[in-house]
Design a protein. Sequence first.
Length: 98
Amino acid sequence: MLSPGILYEVVFVIKLKDPAYGWGVPVNVSLVLPNGYKQERKEKLQTKPREQWIEVPVGELITSPENVGEIQFGMHEYDGGEWKRGLVIKGIAIRPKT
């Protein structure tokens, strides 16, 4: 349960194995809030370090009585036309933003 009135950040926790390939085109990450508001951004994974856990920011949310329910989040890349290899997703973190 999230506390009301707090600003939270949502991040993917991932690792790129070595070798990892097919990540030359940025991935799209998105967050959809209960009220339908959608946040989208692109993230370049090609230049990220290998063999260590890193965080990929997805978006932010503030809990309020008007914004109660489930959130949706995702990561995809369709435009590059290349097979992908080496992405490990540990999970997602939703935490107060400092």
